[in-house]
Design a protein around this ligand. Structure first.
Ligand SMILES: [Cu+2]
Length: 77
């Protein structure tokens, strides 16, 4: 089943991120996630160690999000 929103079927998933200690980390993680093609938005919360990522399900696999976070020096747990 697909929900059709403008531009495709968007989904929001919250990822638990390990390794963020300051706002610099938040910037790096959100930048890395937003750079993945198909990602519309990424809201990173330092206190909760979470990233809420909004993306086009037809273009983005979850593995790509984890890989982007890993490449930035952090880990999805
Ligand atoms: Cu930091």
């Amino acid at each position: 089943m697909n929900r059709t929103v403008k531009g495709g079927s968007m989904a929001t998933k919250t990822l638990k991120i390990q390794g963020m200690t300051c706002n610099h980390c938040v910037m790096r993680v959100s930048k890395a996630l937003r750079a993945v093609p198909g990602v519309q938005d990424a809201k990173v919360d330092l206190q909760k160690s979470e990233a809420a990522v909004t993306f086009d399900e037809s273009k983005v696999e979850l593995g790509k999000l984890s890989a982007a976070v890993f490449d930035a020096g952090y880990k999805v747990i």
